[in-house]
Ligand binder design. Structure first.
Ligand code: CIR
Length: 248
């Protein structure tokens, strides 16, 4: 089993009432807190069904986007790196996350430096490499620093270009198994995925559902849960958790 697709721990944070002020690229309406809380509860229950130990942190009203914990840190078996999000309103969230990987799992923690910006949603970790999408939130200094930090832990950093308007990188790609990337055509056209089997996300289907049929056809067991409220804030399924297996 690959550490990149199998995990035993997940850190989550409950949505804050301030979520209605969350960042979004395009306004498609305000998220409904009650519905988002219900989706979040389903998400946590589904993670627990897989045997994952889920840590639920309390909401932080000062940070409207706090439910999207994935952006605040990168957790690898060897240690965690606390991000410096490119969105100024999210910088404090990363500081709030910093103590948790270490306190809960004894992981070594490295903190990103002043000039670099990285967000976890721009990072796809595979068995072979840590793919980092350069984006409006993740800059060249951030990618260089991340690469420097993961190298002693035995990982290779690789930069991938995120197409204009895509935020974050992982809204257009994900890793259903260690050798396969599920991707939109525009993201795979940016390069960097040549060594993987690709499953295309059908055009005009970015947020949903024929993907399900393609995954089932490819032999995956699929469980569907609601994500409409997070999607209003550009949040994909990976965003509400930091998933990992602590190393020995
Ligand atoms: C943001 O713009 O930062 C949030 N509204 C959405 C973050 C999505 N994060 C993720 O996919 N990892």
């Amino acid at each position: 089993m690959s550490f990149s697709t199998h995990f035993t721990r997940a850190i989550t944070r409950r949505p804050a009432a301030s979520i209605t002020r969350g960042l979004r690229a395009m306004d498609t309406g305000s998220p409904d807190l009650t519905l988002m809380q219900a989706h979040h509860a389903d998400y946590i229950a589904t993670l627990r069904e897989t045997g994952t130990v889920v840590i639920e942190l309390p909401p932080l009203e000062a940070y409207p986007d706090n439910v999207f914990v994935e952006d605040t840190a990168l957790c690898l078996p060897q240690g965690a790196i606390v991000m410096r999000p490119g969105a100024p309103s999210r910088l404090g969230e990363a500081a709030e996350m910093a103590p948790h990987p270490q306190a809960r799992h004894g992981q070594e923690v490295a903190v990103s430096e002043a000039q670099s910006h990285t967000e976890g949603g721009d990072i796809l970790v595979t068995e072979a490499e840590v793919l980092v999408g350069r984006s409006a939130r993740t800059n060249a200094a951030g990618i260089a620093e991340l690469t420097r930090l993961v190298t002693p832990w035995g990982h290779k950093g690789a930069e991938v270009q995120t197409p204009p308007g895509v935020l974050p990188f992982k809204t257009d790609c994900s890793l259903p198994d260690a050798g396969t990337i599920l991707s939109t055509a525009r993201q795979s056209a940016s390069g960097g995925f040549a060594r993987y089997r690709l499953i295309d996300i059908p055009k005009a289907e970015k947020a949903a559902a024929n993907i399900r049929d393609r995954l089932v056809a490819a032999g995956y067991k699929v469980r569907e849960i609601g994500n409409s409220e997070c999607a209003k804030l550009d949040g994909a399924m990976s965003c509400p958790s930091l998933r990992f297996t602590p190393g020995p």
